[in-house]
Design a binder for this molecule. Structure first.
Ligand SMILES: CC(C)(COP(=O)(O)OP(=O)(O)OC[C@H]1O[C@@H](n2cnc3c(N)ncnc32)[C@H](O)[C@@H]1OP(=O)(O)O)[C@@H](O)C(=O)NCCC(=O)NCCS
Length: 188
């Protein structure tokens, strides 16, 4: 499968399949088309799609630009913790989602999506990226290996980062998400 995967920039044709894929893998109401489009078009979004030979979406990676104040609030990292790993006055982005169809896992597609998005983020002038990697419990952190392989460093564990996401029904919690997040960061 990997040989037939094409990596594309975001296009609106894939908006609905992206929402469907994310909601399938993370849980109902993880995101909707309006919010997804807003991340990409209004919030300095960086997005790469992986599509198969039939042009069907099999995965995507999304970053967006964010202030250190909002990263502090959203990812539950103190300003001091942020400043301990970055320089002041630099441009920050957040790795919002990396997700694949289950059948597309374990082939290096996540690796390619992340590499491409990191390169785009660097070219757009971002200096650092922060990521909240979903901790599904029992040591299952799906994005850990791909993140570490691509130079991300572990900062801390933040608890219940997604608890206030309106109507989101996490597939692990079967309701409001009480999962922890492993916070990673990387210089670009
Ligand atoms: C997170 C996610 C995108 C990772 O995808 P993945 O394909 O499992 O990526 P990984 O990098 O962990 O696994 C790649 C595996 O493929 C194999 N592989 C085969 N060819 C490869 C290649 N060219 N490059 C890298 N790995 C390759 C490796 O064995 C590797 O295993 P390893 O990590 O033990 O070394 C995927 O698990 C997913 O969509 N999960 C559900 C959504 C989710 O949790 N997203 C993260 C939220 S923070």
């Amino acid at each position: 499968m990997q040989a037939r995967i094409v990596y594309k920039d975001f296009s609106k044709d894939y908006l609905l399949p992206m929402v469907e894929l994310a909601n399938l893998r993370f849980g109902d109401n993880y995101i909707n088309t309006e919010d997804l489009l807003s991340y990409i078009t209004d919030r300095g979004g960086i997005c790469t799609l992986a599509v198969d030979e039939k042009e069907k979406l099999v995965g995507f990676c999304l970053f967006y630009g964010e202030t250190s104040e909002n990263i502090s609030e959203q990812l539950k990292i103190s300003k001091e913790e942020i400043l301990s790993v970055i320089e002041e006055d630099c441009n920050l982005c957040v790795a919002k989602s990396i997700v694949l169809e289950k059948s597309a896992q374990g082939m290096g597609i996540a690796d390619n999506l992340l590499k491409i998005n990191l390169e785009k983020a660097k070219n757009m002038g971002y200096d650092y990226v922060f990521a909240a990697a979903w901790d599904k419990g029992g040591g299952d952190v799906p994005a850990k290996n791909v993140s570490v392989r691509n130079g991300f460093k572990f900062l801390k564990t933040s608890s219940m980062v997604w608890i206030n996401c309106k109507n989101y029904k996490c597939v692990v919690c079967n309701g409001p998400c009480r999962c922890d997040a492993k916070i990673y960061y990387r210089a670009l």
